[in-house]
Design a protein around this ligand. Sequence first.
Ligand SMILES: *Cc1c(COP(=O)(O)O)cnc(C)c1O
Length: 406
Amino acid sequence: MSLHCENISYTELAERFGTPLYVYSQAELDSAFARYQTAFAALAPLICYAVKANGNLSVIRRFAELGSGFDIVSGGELARVLAAGGRADKTIFSGVGKSAAEIEFALKSGIKCFNVESLPELDRINEIAGRLKTAAPVSLRINPDVDAQTHPYISTGLKANKFGIAMEDAERAYLHAASLPHLNIIGIDCHIGSQLIKLEPLVEACERLLPLIDKLAAHGIGLQHIDLGGGVGIVYQNEETPDLAAYAAAVQKLLGGRSLKLILEPGRSLVGNAGALLTRVEFVKQNGDKNFVVVDAAMNDLMRPALYQAYHHIENAEPSISAPFAADIVGPICETGDFLAKDRMISARAGDLLVVRSAGAYASSMAGNYNTRPRAAEVLINGSEAKIVRHRETLEEMLANERDCL
Ligand SMILES: *Cc1c(COP(=O)(O)O)cnc(C)c1O
């Protein structure tokens, strides 16, 4: 039985659209969003999809249709959200280095809130809001100093990380914000890391923010919302991921009688397992007694293995077509770090199609042109229908911004 995405086989998709190819299932996007809504129903949170996980316009549009808000980290991502019908008043702007131009764009667009990460950023937002004769809605990103127990490159909630405002400086930062005339303090937020496979750090982060919220209330700073960020892990291999219902129950218990609206910023857990990357085997080669399956997708299409030693499950699209053997699955890029998998049992012959699983998040959104490789096409599947949601980049498009002017 060939592997399918909804009602279409990967083999057919590769023949129609070529490889490498990102394939997304709309039904999986919908059910991932519904899982959050169901688990957190009692708290009726604003779910703000983190666009950096997968910024394709059709993915954004689908989440907008489902009622999602958005978490953005650049003016570029705000432009995507607006272009795809997302609502600015449900959009949160995170990130440690917002430029003046980005802040102005966001203010003029009427975004819901800036998640502010430092005192100089507060001053910059205040100055720009004053110039535009408006008040900027702000939340402070507090670094709760909990160990997210994930890969160090995607751990953000420790003091040693560049993100957020340290807990011991938080009260002072809020008082400073309150002293600025063009800010409207509406919330508090944190985001401790990504691909978290334990629930405890997420709950602990929430718990650590509560005494601060009560202290601020005593200063007359009343907050409207608490934003717990994203970070819920997904199954790549055989991880036991946090149970959303248990997360919701723990948060509900902690928030108790406080009248705080809950905001969540999930990225990976909404799109990661809705996507696959299809890649064709170019060659099978041996160096000494080591086997290499050389495929047409590379680290420019899927950077996670090279960047974080991440695991992605890889299967032949026509299972049991040939006997599996141990191999590294590698791309054509001239870097030793260009691999999709190491020491993996795989059934693969030249010309076979491989399905790289869990490639909906941080795959196409991290893609680049290294080795002058055009970016791959993306298709969205709905039942028996396949729509191209990004066409394969052409060589002309890749060179279009450059000038040969010597
Ligand atoms: C990346 C990011 C998210 C999304 O994280 P996931 O692990 O993909 O859920 C949410 N909030 C902020 C501030 C982020 O930087």
